[in-house]
Design a protein around this ligand. Structure first.
Ligand SMILES: [Zn+2]
Length: 169
């Protein structure tokens, strides 16, 4: 019963970036959760690896970069592929460049680091045996992802790197 409750919570996009974790450029985190045919895929990525910077955009080029990269993130086939049996239902940005926050921290630029958190909700009508990551193809400074999976039949942890951009179960 405890496990079930945890699984349910994990499928509603808990803000995993609030967990005490170090922020290292080139390193991201990936959490995959499954309950029935529902899959939730959550990434936490250093903004520097996605946009090339972590401060508020200061030039039109930087604003354009954020727009272009967010469009890529919204397309799961640019980020992760679980299999053709999976259909994307929803993409959520749980944190991103927040203008209100930027104004608030205007005088604190030197301490800023920023993570991007993004969640993909899939329905998969047959078992998923493999996840491949396309993110490394265009987020060139990203080296690896620490991976955690929480499935109905078990859980585990591993690592995915740009040299081996997939995981199987
Ligand atoms: Zn940083």
């Amino acid at each position: 019963m405890i496990k079930k409750t945890f699984m349910f919570l994990s499928l509603v996009s808990l803000p995993i970036s609030t967990q005490a974790q170090t922020h290292s450029h080139g390193e991201g985190r990936l959490v995959l959760s499954q309950e029935g045919n529902q899959w939730l895929v959550q990434f936490v990525l250093p903004a520097s690896d996605i946009y090339g910077f972590e401060h508020a955009p200061e030039t039109p080029e930087q604003e354009l970069m954020i727009t272009k990269r967010n469009k890529r993130l919204e397309q799961n086939d640019q980020v992760i592929h679980l299999g053709d049996q999976c259909k994307l239902n929803k993409v959520e940005f749980l944190s991103s460049h927040d203008e209100g926050e930027d104004e608030h921290h205007e005088h604190e630029h030197e301490i800023e680091h920023q993570d991007i958190e993004i969640s993909y909700h899939f329905t998969c009508n047959s078992p998923v045996e493999r996840a491949s990551i396309q993110l490394f193809d265009w987020a060139k400074s990203l080296n690896h992802l620490e991976v955690l999976w929480l499935f109905e039949n078990g859980q585990g942890a591993s690592e995915i790197s740009s040299q081996k951009p997939f995981i199987t179960w």
